[in-house]
Every structure is written in C-alpha cells, then in structure tokens.
Unconditional design. Structure first.
Length: 327
C-alpha cells in the first residue's frame, strides 16, 4: 500500500465558552472534534457521516487549517500542515481545496463566473492574460458549463449550475485533495445524481482524492471507498464501504443504516428500525465513558465508566470503539 496522502493524528478542535458582558470569563470548552485518527490514501474517497453538529465540517476545516486545531497533527504527504503558517501554508493550500455546502453563499454575487473561477489562478500566480482565459474556458467545459457563461453573474444560474461553478473554481489550481462539505445537500435529488457522477468522473480523469462529508448514507455508499461514522466529535466506526453496510458493528452505525430507505417494498416491510431515544448530548459536557451510552439501546455498566471504549481494529480495515465488540 502506498503512503497516505492525508494523515490525521489525535486531532482536537475545542472552542472556548465565555460568560459575562464585560469581564468575559471562560467557563468551559465545546469539544467539537475530540481526538480523531485516520488516513486517506491517494485516489481514495473517504466518506465522513454523522448527525448534524457532530463535528464533520469542523474536521474538514481543521484539515485544511481554515480552523486551527487545539491539539493534534495533520500531515499532507510528509508535510505537517499544523506546523505551517503564512506563505508556506498558502503554497500547500494550492494542492488542497474545498467545495462548500451552499452554492448560493459560497459565490460572491458581485463577481462574474470568469472572475470567480479565475481567482485561484491569480492568487497562486498560475496564469494570466489569454492563458488564464483559456484555462477558465477549459474548467467550465470540464464541469459541463458553456464558455459564454464567462461574463455572467451567479444570480443567473440554478443551484446545480452554481455548484458546478464552485467545483470548477476548486479545480483551477490543480489540487490533489478536495474536501466536499455536504456538496449536494442543498440541491434537488435529480441534480444530486448529476453532481455525484461529475465528481466521480473528475476523480478518475484527474486522480483526485476526496474527503466526502455527508449525512445521506445512500449517497455515501455510492461514492465512498471507506466510511467513517462520527458521533459527538469522535469516530466510532471506520471500515470499507462493503463491510460497513453489510456488517455494521457499532449500535450508532446500525441505527443510522436502519433509517436508510430500501427500494424493495417487501424487504422494507420486514426491516426493523432502530429508534434512538433522547437527544445528542452537549459537546460542552460530553458524557463520561462511551460518548453514545446515553442513547444506546445496548448500554452496559462498563459503558458509563472511564476510560471509554478504545477505537481499535476488529478485522482488517474495520475499526470500532464499542464495548459490545470486545465481549
């Protein structure tokens, strides 16, 4: 196996909570990301799934150093991104890009399509003049847009077309690694399929590596090679796509998969849904022991005790943090 393109070691992102109008006294921490360890191989798509608020987007931003981690290390090949600042970090960001969730908010309405897609070329001084314009035309064609859109503004496009513009902008600097932060969540279902197929085609043609953040498990099953399941700032299960969907080991993963619709009415009628009770605990005051024990239908006394279950491999390529698996 080749060396990983991305290596994350004990990544933590904690936000301070302050109280008071004048003397803002710190009263705690919101543990948005709390000790993640994973790798992403070149050319691979790693899906990161979980409920809203579990820390998925913060993880993506911390990998790109858009949000500086509280602790831990992030490596891009052999370069430690968490140790870089200023110009060295800017140079590394040429090889890492992000596709944001909302195409309506991620495009400046005062800039034309040509200016938006060409901005990375200007920032990284990759092209200018006719060469820059030709490159923009090429990028638009790659994502299925017409060259005459060059002088148009974002408000003249549909949501799917805007997301294609965002993808073209992400490709402008010839990146190796792209983070998709729920890139299809704001789109219609029919357009979602088109964008997913476009991302897969681009990955094959350009040799891209993806971290695909989503909460739709059926979409992740279609695009991801491996899937990491996140809950309350921690990864509770990580496995290849086939193993995770056919043999989920963590109760949280089982409950998520039980909510995915099955197109066969007969199988859908026989399937048993796992309904979780209660709400997700506050990341400011996470429960002791296993972070999932307050909602787990199989909770045991050991789940409530410190330290929590160890995230470890139970079979080749399949890791989980659960006391049930240790039995």
């Amino acid at each position: 196996m080749s060396p990983p393109l991305i290596r994350v070691e004990n990544l933590k992102v904690h936000f301070p909570v302050k109280q008071g109008l004048i003397w803002q006294r710190q009263v705690g921490w919101v543990k948005a990301v709390d000790g993640l360890n994973f790798t992403i191989q070149p050319g691979e798509t790693l899906g990161l799934v979980g409920e809203s608020g579990c820390g998925k987007s913060t993880t993506g931003r911390a990998i790109l150093q858009m949000q500086r981690p509280t602790a831990g290390k992030v490596y891009f090949e052999d370069t430690e991104l968490t140790a870089l600042q200023g110009e060295p970090l800017r140079q590394q960001r040429q090889r890492m890009q992000m596709i944001f969730q909302d195409p309506y908010a991620s495009l400046n309405p005062r800039m034309t399509v040509g200016s938006l897609v060409g901005e990375p070329l200007a920032v990284h001084q990759l092209a200018q003049g006719k060469e820059k314009r030709d490159r923009i035309y090429q990028l638009l064609a790659m994502v299925g847009l017409q060259p005459q859109y060059y002088h148009r503004y974002p408000h003249e496009f549909s949501g799917g077309q805007r997301q294609r513009i965002v993808i073209a902008r992400a490709l402008a600097a010839n990146p190796d690694f792209i983070i998709g932060d729920e890139p299809i969540a704001a789109l219609d279902v029919s357009i979602q399929a088109q964008v997913i197929n476009l991302l897969q085609t681009l990955q094959t043609e350009l040799g891209l590596t993806y971290l695909f953040i989503a909460h739709d498990l059926s979409v992740v099953r279609h695009i991801a090679d491996r899937v990491a399941v996140m809950y309350l700032g921690k990864i509770v299960e990580l496995a290849d796509r086939v193993s995770l969907y056919e043999n989920p080991l963590h109760p949280y993963t089982q409950s998520l998969l039980s909510a995915v619709p099955i197109p066969d009415p007969t199988l859908e009628a026989k399937r048993q849904r796992i309904i979780l009770t209660g709400d997700v605990p506050s990341p400011m005051h996470p429960p002791k022991g296993c972070c999932f024990h307050t909602r787990c239908p199989f909770v045991m006394p050991a789940c409530r005790q410190e330290p929590g279950p160890v995230f470890k491999a139970v079979s080749p390529g399949h890791s989980v943090a659960c006391h049930l698996v240790e039995q």
